[in-house]
Ligand binder design. Structure first.
Ligand code: AVJ
Length: 319
């Protein structure tokens, strides 16, 4: 029998979601925060995205972990306390934990309580002696982390998946600075980033032929209908993901297919025909971008590992 998993529950409340959504919709252009994609259904759809042939990110990052595990483990050091922002299903973490030398604990932090609980149970089973301390929280908000029984040599944040790319530039900087404060002097950051490449491949990754990514973005509206008592007509919005070469990022919008009025938590918002509501950024990087981000946030890039084609990169940063 496996031990029960106790999740520290700091998940956002309906009032947080309502505030963020109303604030985003009051802007021009309208926007919705991508972190709210990850309810139970959204987390499942995201896992399905990772299986799509066009979405090369996840399988490439997993392959880098497989190929370069020894080098990564050496760079991160022994007896680390591993933290993870946006741990999701925990498949990458399982590889990483298996390769690390005597990790003292693992603190997964995720906004989806279902994904977090399932992955914590699976990790307990795979590593019965590892101290797993899951926290359900919005990692953009200040948070107090639990401490493991054994003291760690250093703290290392694992921030894979190019999730950093979902943040606007100023928010990405403040998030990296918060990570720097969390891991402390001498701490580490293993950062997964998607590299700049051929636009057609980037756009295909966010417009898979099976329509899973479209279902994923539209699920946000379904969530708001359910949790904020909104009345979005899902058939009146269309998913659109395009690469913005100036900004170096995929920008995903939900485009209103006709003039319409939507009610959300007692407020009304009108959409013009063709009006695009911003729902997600997925920034893409080159090595200069990463070096600059590291420098601006108190880190230095120690080592980096990528796939042979250079599509994706795992960067070892030191505070
Ligand atoms: C959360 C960063 C892994 O931006 O690539 C995938 C989310 N959105 N397809 C990304 C996402 C649409 C994804 N990450």
């Amino acid at each position: 029998m496996s031990q029960a998993v106790r999740v520290l529950d700091l998940q956002p409340e309906a009032s947080d979601i309502r505030r963020d959504v109303l604030e985003g919709l009051a802007r021009t252009p309208k926007q919705l925060p991508s972190k709210y994609f990850y309810d139970a259904r959204g987390s499942e759809l995201f896992e399905a995205i990772c299986e799509q042939p066009e979405y090369y990110l996840t399988r490439t990052e997993l392959a880098i972990l497989d190929t370069h595990m020894d080098g990564i483990a050496r760079a991160l050091g022994e007896r680390v306390l591993l933290l993870e922002f946006g741990s999701g299903s925990g498949i990458k973490t399982r590889k990483l934990l298996a390769g690390l030398v005597d990790p003292v604990g693992y603190v997964p932090i995720d906004i989806s309580i279902s994904a977090l609980t399932d992955s914590a149970i699976a990790l307990r089973q795979a590593f019965p002696r590892l101290c797993v301390l899951p926290v359900c929280a919005d990692f953009t908000q200040p948070l107090q982390l639990p401490t493991p029984q054994r003291s760690a040599e250093r703290k290392v944040m694992f921030f894979p998946g190019s999730t950093l790319g979902n943040f606007a530039p100023a928010d990405a900087l403040s998030l990296l600075r918060r990570i720097r404060a969390l891991v402390g002097e001498g701490g580490g950051l293993l950062l997964g980033v998607d590299m700049k490449k051929d636009v057609a491949r980037l756009e295909a990754a966010y417009n898979d032929a099976a329509g899973v990514t479209a279902a994923f973005t539209l699920n946000l509206l379904e969530r708001l209908n359910r949790e904020l008592d909104a009345d979005f007509d899902l058939s009146a919005f269309r998913h659109r993901a395009r690469y913005n070469p100036m900004a170096g990022r995929i920008e995903t919008h939900l485009v209103s297919q006709r003039p319409q009025v939507v009610q959300i938590a007692g407020s009304r918002f009108s959409f013009d025909e063709g009006e695009a509501m911003l729902v997600e950024y997925s920034a893409k990087y080159d090595q200069d971008d990463i070096d600059r981000l590291a420098r601006q946030t108190g880190f230095a890039v120690e080592q980096r590992f990528s796939d042979p084609a250079g599509d994706f990169s795992l960067q070892c940063l030191r505070a």
